[in-house]
Ligand binder design. Structure first.
Ligand code: DX5
Ligand code: ZN
Length: 222
């Protein structure tokens, strides 16, 4: 059976108690820490930047994977910087990269795993000629920019099509889902082919975030 990764989105954490929330994640069954970087240009919101990521990296346990999702234009400018800040996986948006192949090679050359994110309107078919080079594809199941939005139902179909493409090409690419993930859709996403689930509000706005992470993990094992 596949080990499905749970990736709490730090965007939904309490920034006044960031160390507490990072320690909660360290103690939890979450294998990945999902980090949303927004520039106010590619998306209509600004999240947080390098000093905050540095603080997160300082407190995370060494066995936790830093999964960085860049919602910024021209991400090539910051590949080296995010490597220095501890990123293990660096994901750029298809819609933000003119020379995607070059960007992916540059991420790998820094020793990170390379991911590509697709907005809800972008078909998976645009990845046909690059899928073999990708460690991860992040399917946005909401429009990027904000946490707490509702899940777009077309995602299941998209994940199935992407999984079929990965299998046909014999690629090893992991499918990650981001936006509106909760206990209602997690199982169906895994059944469709997802192997990593981002969850922001569902985890951090719950009464017991650590238990909620365990609940998501449990759902994926069924
Ligand atoms: C949205 C971000 C997501 C977001 C998910 O642009 O990429 O990672 O934090 O939050 P929820 O799970 O609350 O939709
Ligand atoms: Zn994200």
């Amino acid at each position: 059976m596949k080990n499905i990764k749970i990736a709490p989105s730090v965007l939904a954490a309490d920034f006044a108690n960031l160390q507490r929330d990072i320690e909660m994640m360290n103690d939890s069954q979450a294998e990945w820490f999902h980090i949303d970087i927004m520039d106010g240009v590619f998306v209509p919101n600004i999240s947080f930047g390098m000093p905050v990521l540095e603080a997160i990296n300082k407190h995370r346990n060494a066995n936790k994977v830093l999964d960085v999702h860049l919602m910024i234009v021209d991400p090539d400018r910051y590949i080296k910087t995010f490597k220095e800040l501890g990123a293990d996986i660096l994901t750029v948006h298809y819609e933000a990269c003119t020379h995607l192949h070059r960007t992916i090679q540059a991420i790998k050359a820094e020793g990170m795993q390379a991911g590509v994110a697709l907005n809800p309107h972008t078909p998976v078919s645009v990845l046909e000629d690059i899928i073999q080079d990708l460690d991860l594809v992040l399917i946005m199941s909401v429009n990027p920019g904000f946490g707490g939005q509702s899940f777009i139902e077309n995602t299941y179909d998209k994940v199935r099509r992407l999984k079929a493409m990965i299998d046909v090409k014999g690629a090893k690419t992991i499918i990650e889902i981001d936006g509106g993930v909760n206990d209602k859709n997690a199982k169906a996403l895994v059944d469709a082919g997802a192997e990593a689930l981002v969850a922001g509000n569902f985890v951090f706005k719950s009464a017991d975030p650590k238990a909620t992470i365990a609940q998501l993990k449990e759902i994926t094992l069924k």
